[in-house]
Design a protein around this ligand. Structure first.
Ligand SMILES: [Zn+2]
Length: 142
């Protein structure tokens, strides 16, 4: 899964503009790689609150590329982020394999503690909390 961030980076690497460096700060190459890793990590761990992954990552890294490369950068980012999102949605156990953390339902129990039941991949709520997903859809549609 984290190979995805590497793949994005590799496809874009040649087009990164390396501007003048000030002191020992990270290079633009390092910044792009880090942004890709952060976006894939967030997609894996916080998918339901990460509304527009492709656009977010693109906005994070676009300044490191020339104007002429922007369209290509967006299409590469979108292709991999869409692939990653589909992969995670189709494999509920993938997140745990990746992060070592068990997937947990997004709901809070009546006692105020996080619900620890296994969520459904489709919306991140366990079977007993499916009504919350429906409420969210209604709110989103309003
Ligand atoms: Zn639950």
């Amino acid at each position: 899964m984290y190979q995805i961030s590497r793949s994005i980076y590799r496809e874009l690497e040649a087009e990164i503009v390396e501007g003048r460096r000030w002191g020992d700060g990270p290079t633009n190459h390092a910044r792009v790689l880090r942004a890709c890793e952060a976006a894939v990590h967030r997609l894996a761990t916080d998918r339901h609150y990460f509304a527009r992954p492709s656009r977010t990552l693109f906005n994070d890294i676009r300044t490191y590329f020339p104007m002429s490369a922007q369209l290509h950068v967006y299409s590469v980012v979108d292709r991999y982020m869409t692939f990653a999102a589909d992969y995670l949605a189709s494999r509920p156990t993938a997140v745990m394999e990746l992060t070592g953390h068990k997937l947990e339902c997004r709901a809070t129990t009546r006692k105020g503690t996080p619900c620890q039941r296994m969520p459904l991949a489709r919306n991140g709520y366990c079977p007993s909390h499916q009504h919350l997903a429906e409420t969210e859809e209604v709110l989103a549609a309003a």
